[in-house]
Design a protein around this ligand. Structure first.
Ligand code: 5GP
Ligand code: 5GP
Length: 228
């Protein structure tokens, strides 16, 4: 039986700091398009329920991922939705780029569950527009919170985002190769109607797994490091 109900309550808009993938035990790999800019990149736009659980993999015949629908999206997505996980060593006959595999995965796992609101092209277009709307790195830099490998208070990070956007953000951490907790993902919430500029207060914040102070790792150019 095919489940046609694609109800959900709101979206999580999730951005990741590339340095926090690359300094892990697992490490990272850059996509064929090369090293991403020293900026947050998009992880995904995830439909969610108010009580915290979420639908996933709502695949059906009508919402199958189509690479051809990405053509005019690709330049923007390459710039701000880059894949950083290393490709699995499993042999595959796929000719998809690393980025295309991530986009396909995000569409199939999450995007298909909001298909009632956004078709594939609209899902990627909308998500990329959200990224252009809130410049998280600049918001943090304005408060002296820099990717310089130092530790920062999670409370200060959340305050900076609240002051600039009006909304509480979810902060997700992971650990670097030496076991230090670090800023990995920043989560904002978006209205399910997917109207423009529709950030909302999160009905429920994603699981908080950060200690009080977290590392903000260096990534790429060292322009953020104080040499004075
Ligand atoms: P993690 O292990 O990083 O917490 O989650 C792994 C994956 O599960 C995420 O990349 C995402 O696809 C999904 N996921 C984890 N937490 C949530 C959540 O709160 N809401 C939604 N929609 N997906 C989640
Ligand atoms: P999720 O299921 O957590 O939404 O997405 C994670 C999946 O996407 C994993 O299978 C991971 O290998 C792949 N992936 C590719 N590039 C990235 C990336 O840059 N960040 C994350 N979190 N996952 C990535």
């Amino acid at each position: 039986k095919i489940c046609v109900s694609q109800d959900f309550d709101f979206f999580y808009f999730v951005q990741q700091w590339p340095g926090s993938s690359c300094d892990t035990k697992q490490g990272c790999c850059f996509p064929q398009t090369g090293r991403p800019a020293s900026n947050f990149t998009i992880h995904g736009l995830w439909p969610n329920y108010n009580h915290g659980s979420f639908p996933s993999n709502c695949k059906s015949v009508e919402n199958a991922f189509e690479e051809s629908k990405m053509s005019d999206i690709i330049p923007r997505a390459e710039a701000s939705w880059a894949a950083l996980s290393c490709p699995s060593k499993k042999k595959t006959n796929s000719t998809n780029s690393d980025n295309m595999k991530l986009w396909k995965h995000e569409w199939e796992k999450h995007g298909t569950c909001s298909y009632s609101v956004l078709d594939q092209h609209a899902y990627f277009d909308f998500t990329l527009n959200l990224k252009d709307h809130i410049d998280l790195l600049q918001i943090l830099l304005n408060k002296g919170i820099k990717p310089d490998g130092d530790k920062y208070s999670v409370e200060k990070i959340r305050e900076a985002i609240k002051e600039a956007t009006g909304f509480e953000a979810g902060i997700r951490c992971n650990t670097d190769a030496s076991g230090n907790s670090q800023l990995n993902e920043i989560v904002l919430c978006v209205d399910k109607s997917a109207a423009s500029e529709s950030f909302i207060e999160c009905p429920i914040l994603p699981d908080a797994n950060c200690p009080e102070d977290v590392e903000f790792p260096i990534f790429g150019v060292s322009q953020f490091i104080d040499t004075a």
